[in-house]
Design a protein around this ligand. Structure first.
Ligand code: NDP
Ligand code: 13P
Length: 344
């Protein structure tokens, strides 16, 4: 049994706490809201975020210092926009013998940093190499019900990845390892852009053909950006790539798909985000990926279309028409080249 702190009491932090509690660990769920900590401790519910009973051995805290006291591992699972703030505070209370994993999905606009990079910048006690990421096709709503789920953990420090694998793995939650933290983080972040697109497509009333096209050509964009940075292209065919694309583009649980769906039905972005009440990471990540693609001159037409819908007030239908009337080309040209370079 280990003492583990989970930082972030939204839907994913709550679901991951349940997995840890099922594995017999002493779980401290930290929230920045005192009233939410009281409610969780007295009712064992966190209804705004997850409609499920929370095991009694999960204790909620609003005091970060107390939540991380004597723990052997910390799971950071706040929205990407809060990562720097939370990790800067965390740095005051922990030392490098605690294993840190994050389960958030995003890229920071302007700096274009991944989550593990932001974390190591904010935590002087931690090396980038030691941080672990947990990612894969895993909606909180199903994990909370103990439905079969598979994820991947990755770190340059193989030992740390295995510690996190052992912490979480159980009969309903199967955890693989991967050495490709770059690919694992990029796959998890970038699929949210495509999920917004899939929601928009459904909202416009398009069918399965359009969604399959978005998933497949979206994967090509993700792999193009990822391999240009040095990720293993095969990572994008695994759970953090295709796996997460499928689950997020096809599920009504997905916040990104749901937000896209409302946009496709003609609603305005601000209105949609207000209504969601939960983080829609794809919006921020679209901005970051678009900036990256422009800077590095990487072809990402779906991302560009999404950027135009979200930030330039372009009509979704116009973007679909533009994507469908691009000049003709071979399907695999640059991807085949990337793969052959990697394996030649
Ligand atoms: N939900 C899911 O199924 C999955 C989510 N993820 C990823 O996990 C991350 C978190 O997502 P999710 O749990 O769904 O998000 P939610 O919107 O459900 O919850 C976010 C939580 O973070 C809290 N929070 C926001 N800002 C801060 C801050 N500065 N300090 C402390 N806490 C803060 C929120 O508090 P408040 O109530 O005050 O807003 C809320 O409790 C995202 O990156 C997401 O992509 C990954 C896989 C699955
Ligand atoms: O990353 C997720 C599932 O793997 C959750 O996606 P949403 O944030 O779109 O719900």
């Amino acid at each position: 049994m280990s003492k583990v702190a989970v930082l972030g009491a939204g839907s994913w932090g709550t679901a991951l706490s349940i997995v840890l509690a099922d594995n017999g660990h002493d779980v401290r769920l930290w929230t920045h809201r005192a009233d939410q900590a009281d409610t969780i401790n007295s009712t064992h519910k966190n209804e705004k975020y997850l409609e499920i009973m929370i095991p009694k051995q999960i204790k909620a805290y609003d005091d970060l210092a107390k939540a991380v006291e004597d723990v052997s591992a910390v799971v950071v699972v706040v929205p990407s926009s809060a990562i720097r703030d939370v990790c800067a505070k965390l740095n005051n209370y922990i030392s490098s013998n605690i294993t840190i994993v994050h389960a958030s999905k995003g890229i920071e606009p302007e700096s274009l940093k991944r989550i593990s990079e932001m974390m190591s910048e904010e935590m002087s006690n931690y090396l980038y190499e030691d941080i672990v990421v947990l990612s894969g096709p895993s909606h909180a709503e199903e994990v909370g019900k103990r439905q079969p789920t598979t994820v991947t953990v990755s770190s340059l420090n193989e030992n740390n990845a295995e510690i996190i694998q052992d912490l979480f793995i159980n009969e309903a939650f199967r955890v693989y390892t991967s050495p490709d933290i770059l690919g694992v983080e990029l796959g998890g972040a970038l699929k949210n852009i495509i999920a917004l697109g899939a929601g928009i497509s459904d909202g416009l009333g398009y069918g399965d053909n359009a969604k399959a096209a978005l998933i497949t050509r979206g994967l090509a964009e993700i792999a193009r950006l990822g391999t240009s940075l040095g990720a293993n292209p095969l990572t994008f065919l695994g759970l953090p790539g295709v796996g997460d694309l499928i689950v997020t583009c096809t599920s009504v649980h997905s916040r990104n798909w749901r937000a896209g769906n409302l946009l496709g039905k003609g609603r305005k972005l601000e209105e949609v985000l207000d209504q969601m009440g939960m983080v829609v990471e794809g919006v921020r990540t679209t901005k970051a990926a678009h900036q990256f693609a422009e800077k590095q001159q990487i072809e990402m037409p779906i991302t560009k279309g999404l950027y135009n819908i979200l930030f330039e007030d372009e009509k979704p239908k116009t973007v679909v028409d533009q994507l469908m009337s691009r000049s003709k080309r071979e399907e695999m040209d640059d991807l085949a080249e990337l793969l052959s370079k990697k394996y030649s």
